[in-house]
Design a protein around this ligand. Structure first.
Ligand SMILES: *[C@@H]1O[C@H](CO)[C@@H](O)[C@H](O)[C@H]1NC(C)=O
Ligand SMILES: *[C@@H]1O[C@H](CO)[C@@H](O)[C@H](O)[C@H]1NC(C)=O
Ligand SMILES: *[C@@H]1O[C@H](CO)[C@@H](O)[C@H](O)[C@H]1NC(C)=O
Ligand SMILES: *[C@@H]1O[C@H](CO)[C@@H](O)[C@H](O)[C@H]1NC(C)=O
Ligand SMILES: *[C@@H]1O[C@H](CO)[C@@H](O)[C@H](O)[C@H]1NC(C)=O
Ligand SMILES: [Zn+2]
Length: 508
């Protein structure tokens, strides 16, 4: 049974991440002395330069600043992981009526390429997390990811602007490699000191014109102006803090951590400190906060995942609570960066392009393999590799992509024409890889804007879109919006696997 093999294989990947404590920090990762940070604000001006600062960009007052919640997911893109993200976001709207977008830091082992296409075409950001999930990645791991995502998922090179290091393991050399490859930003650094501390390192995104100011106690050669990468951005990852303050920091997947030094995970305590940290940001300088997720750990139907089915409800309860407050937006890393470069006050956000939403206007009856599930039905190629069978619009490669060969030749079925890969002058939803034709000759045509005008200052700018249930009327956590429809018939197989897979986790 092929699927058993790859389920177990992907399990090995995800459980080894848990063991490695992907994304954990403890205590302050920087200090003013270690940072030795000195930025000349009179020479460093938006949009191309920004000094590391806890104060909002552009000299805005906190009351004029939106409270951003950056939502990210890391690792392989699969139906399970997208289902989890949808469970948290699909029912929500931002204040302008648009569905929130998020960033998927994608690594390629066990990725189902067609879902990357779909997720991108649905408006989300696809970013780079290396091909095979290695720390301090070499150039081929970083750049090979771009090549494969472009070839097999039809993601335009120009749209992959961001990077996050696996295990958040980065070095000065890695940042230099990103810079050389033309990335716009990295988001691997941690902001590890509460915003209420005078030495907080919760800086708004900043450029490395004057070096790094985060992680100076942990990563050598980046601070005291040693690593100057003009115009290259760092988007810090903002930690939550429990009752222990600085000593109780939680960065990625805080819901998997125990709170307040206790020995067991307690969703109610997690919710409490997440709210407290949010409020500290919201009532202070409104530095963003972030939900940095490994969605696989929240997948209720995934073998070996032992998360409580209340945890997803708790996160939804947190987002419901946050979204009921004024000027709260759930955004991708790229959207946060777009606003930081051009910080318009909340009163003008209704005309701010990067926060808008639009849908490619393609008739749902058109048969085209373009990342829109209705259109592409029956048109996907199934690439039956034994460790992980995946689907793609762009033709199966003869071998799995590797770091040495990120774009192997296409395996063309007898009597068929090879599929055409996305050219640089067409955008993904309009490209027909079977006919090799672009349905639209400009990126602007055929998109219909779906954002609604939000009122001038003083209007109700909350996002709404609540679903709650945790600590309230219990809701069925299985009733969420699956991506591409749930594969109900496979559920029994997964359940059957839970037992043997559980044993595997213990061994690893
Ligand atoms: C891969 O994508 C196909 C097509 O959308 C879907 O049917 C299948 O369930 C997906 N599998 C996984 C594990 O993501
Ligand atoms: C970071 O990754 C490199 C390369 O895989 C490894 O040698 C190093 O030990 C890692 N560092 C940490 C702190 O995990
Ligand atoms: C895109 O570029 C190709 C050549 O690379 C050209 O043949 C085609 O006409 C261009 N399409 C559009 C829509 O500009
Ligand atoms: C904003 O709208 C929401 C949902 O429509 C409503 O519950 C809330 O009371 C409103 N807030 C203000 C300040 O008008
Ligand atoms: C949640 O998990 C518990 C214990 O595993 C189980 O008894 C309960 O049926 C689950 N609830 C739902 C709605 O799935
Ligand atoms: Zn990762």
């Amino acid at each position: 049974m092929l699927s058993v093999v790859w389920l177990l294989a992907s399990l090995i990947l995800s459980s080894s991440l848990v063991v490695a404590q992907d994304g954990a920090i403890s205590g302050a990762q920087t200090s003013p002395e270690a940072a030795g940070y000195n930025c000349d604000a009179s020479n460093c001006k938006l949009p191309t330069c920004n000094c590391a600062s806890p104060n909002p960009p552009g000299g805005l007052k906190p009351s004029e600043v939106p409270q951003f919640i950056v939502f990210t997911a890391d690792d392989a893109v699969q139906s399970y992981t997208l289902d989890v993200v949808n469970q948290l976001l699909a029912h929500r709207k931002n204040p302008n009526g648009c569905p929130p977008k998020m960033t998927y830091y994608t690594s390629l082992s066990y990725t189902n390429y067609t879902l990357v296409t779909d997720w991108y075409v649905a408006g989300n950001e696809i970013a780079d997390h290396t091909m095979t999930h290695v720390g301090d990645p070499p150039e081929e791991e970083i750049n090979g990811n771009l090549v494969t995502l472009n070839a097999l998922a039809g993601i335009p090179f120009s749209s992959i602007k961001g990077f996050r290091a696996p295990f958040l393991n980065y070095t000065a050399g890695m940042l230099e490699r990103l810079y050389k490859a033309g990335f716009e930003y990295d988001s691997s650094a941690s902001a590890s000191i509460p915003v209420t501390d005078p030495n907080t390192d919760a800086y708004w995104p900043y450029t490395l014109d004057y070096g790094m100011a985060n992680d100076c106690l942990a990563v050598t050669g980046t601070c005291k102006g040693q690593l100057k990468l003009p115009g290259f951005w760092e988007i810090p990852m903002y930690a939550f803090f429990d009752k222990r303050g600085n000593a109780g920091s939680h960065l990625m997947d805080p819901w998997l951590d125990t709170a307040n030094g206790n020995s067991q995970v307690n969703d109610a305590e997690t919710l409490e400190y997440m709210k407290d940290t949010f409020t500290a940001h919201y009532s202070g300088n409104r530095q963003p906060i972030g939900l940095y997720t490994h969605p696989i750990h929240l997948a209720l139907n995934y073998p070996g995942v032992s998360v409580s089915n209340q945890t997803g409800l708790m996160i939804n309860t947190f987002l419901d609570w946050a979204q009921q407050q004024q000027n709260v937006w759930i955004v991708s890393s790229a959207q946060l960066l777009a606003w930081t470069k051009n910080p318009v006050p909340v009163s003008q956000l209704d005309s701010f392009e990067p926060l808008k939403c639009s849908t490619p206007a393609i008739d749902s009856n058109t048969k085209i393999c373009n990342g829109m599930p209705k259109n592409e039905e029956g048109l996907l190629s199934h690439c039956a590799f034994p460790d992980f069978p995946f689907y793609t619009c762009y033709g199966c490669p003869v071998t799995q992509p590797t770091v040495q060969n990120p774009n192997p030749p296409q395996q063309v079925p007898k009597g068929r024409q090879a599929r055409f890969r996305l050219p640089a002058n067409c955008s993904t939803p309009f490209w027909d890889p079977i006919k090799g034709q672009c349905l639209c000759s400009s990126n602007q045509c055929m998109f219909s804007d779906e954002s609604r005008p939000i009122g001038p200052n003083g209007a109700n700018l909350t996002g709404g879109g609540t679903s709650g249930g945790f600590n309230g009327a219990p809701k069925d956590p299985t009733k969420y919006i699956p991506f591409n429809a749930a594969q109900a018939h496979e559920a029994a197989l997964w359940l059957a696997l839970v037992l043997c897979a559980g044993a595997l986790v213990v061994v690893l």
